[in-house]
Design a protein around this ligand. Structure first.
Ligand SMILES: [Zn+2]
Length: 412
């Protein structure tokens, strides 16, 4: 069967050959399916893992922005609260700046209200700053905007706070300026170094703390001043001689820790009064109290004009003692308000000063007014002179204002 055998072999072969490719095709198909399946599974796994990762990433992003939102919001609120406290602080009003209708407190309040608007805007967008709702990217954008604007307003305020401190003239009013120096060094920190609201909140909070310490110092200075005024008010004399008047005057000045400087130009050169003004003032002025903002040199000193024609006769008159009390009242008002000419006194600062002397230094009202009433009522005097004298008159209005300054520290 060699013929069939070999014949059958080729016959078998093609079948085998035929089957083989068929088998191979089937095998290829099944591989292809497997590969497709694997690819699909892989794609699904990649997709699923990707989706989970994306979901996780979203959750993480949301967690991060939620955390950030809480931090920025809390600091912005801290800044707003600090400004709110400052805006209602009577010690920061600037009593000398009558040209500016906006008080310092109003300026601070306006910075606060701008910051509040940005915070409110943010809160109304995300609903709850501790659990902000919405897309993380949108929240991040809104948060950055709120932070940027809050920071910008906080910087504006901080720059102005510096001048608020300068205006308050604390360096002249305080007995001890250490707390003030600490406050100034905090203010000296440049706000451009603030990276975020956390930096701003830290600096503003520190400044508020130092400010509170300065105000406490001032409160104790004023309490001490009032107790010295009370002691000084008992120094008076009924029998005026040069010796009794000068002794009482010296007692009063000593009690306040103030020196009397007897000077032929009434201290005009030390006070920076120009020559013409000085020559006019020299004719009628018995004494001068002068301080300049930021300069303590003359705070605890007042000048008696020895060039006045009535000198030294004035020394044996009760008017001299009343004048001493008047000059010391200028000083008390300066320490209380940061200026001898507070807004509340209007153009009556001299009359208010005399009223203060009457109420709180026991100065003799009749004696003080006896020097001005005859001038006010003298038709031979020029209107200008009479008006000038009227400003020194002690009256009820002046007393009301003097009481507000003394009792309420109300200066504007
Ligand atoms: Zn005066």
């Amino acid at each position: 069967m060699p013929s069939t055998g070999p014949y059958s072999i080729p016959g078998f072969r093609p079948a085998a050959v035929y089957r083989m490719p068929a088998q191979r095709v089937t095998s290829r198909k099944s591989h292809a399916n497997a590969i497709i399946a694997i690819v699909l599974v892989a794609a699904f796994v990649v997709f699923a893992v990707g989706a989970v990762a994306a979901k996780n990433r979203q959750i993480k992003e949301h967690e991060a922005i939620t955390k950030q939102s809480k931090i920025v919001y809390d600091h912005a609120m801290q800044i707003s609260k600090a400004l709110g406290r400052l805006a209602s602080d009577p010690n920061i009003s600037d009593p000398s700046d009558s040209s500016d209708s906006d008080s310092v407190a109003e300026t601070v309040a306006s910075y606060k209200s701008s910051i509040d608007d940005y915070i409110e805007g943010y809160v109304s967008t995300v609903n709850n700053p501790y659990a902000p709702s919405g897309n993380s990217k949108d929240i991040a954008y809104d948060l950055r905007f709120m932070e940027y604007e809050t920071l910008r307003k906080a910087q504006g305020f901080f720059d102005e706070f510096d001048s608020i401190v300068e205006h308050a003239n604390w360096s002249v009013r305080l007995a001890d300026t250490r707390n003030l120096e600490t406050l100034n060094s905090t203010l000296g920190r440049s706000p451009d170094k603030w990276k975020d609201t956390a930096d701003a909140a830290a600096d503003i909070t520190a400044a508020m703390k130092h400010l509170a310490a300065v105000e406490e110092d001032l409160t104790s200075v004023i309490a001490d001043l009032h107790s010295r005024e009370e002691q000084a008010s008992s120094f008076d004399t009924t029998i005026p001689t040069q010796q009794t008047v000068m002794t009482a005057s010296q007692h009063v000045a000593d009690t306040l820790g103030v020196a009397i400087a007897y000077s032929p130009d009434g201290g005009a050169s030390e006070c920076g009064v120009d020559a013409l003004q000085a020559s006019e003032a020299m004719e009628n002025s018995q004494g001068f109290y002068c301080t300049r903002a930021g300069d303590r040199t003359n705070r605890d000193k007042f000048y008696v004009n020895t060039a006045i024609t009535s000198y030294p006769d004035v020394l044996s008159h009760l008017y001299f003692l009343a004048t001493v009390k008047h000059e010391l009242s200028h000083r008390s008002i300066l320490i209380t308000c940061g200026t001898t000419d507070p807004i509340i006194a209007g153009d009556r600062d001299e009359g208010v000063t005399s009223a203060y002397a009457v109420l709180f230094f026991g100065a003799n009202e009749q004696v003080l007014n006896s020097a001005v009433i005859p001038v006010i009522n003298n038709p031979n005097e020029s209107q200008e002179t009479r008006d000038a004298a009227a400003k020194y008159l002690v009256d009820d209005q002046g007393k009301t204002i003097a009481r507000q300054i003394h009792d309420e520290r109300k200066c504007r």
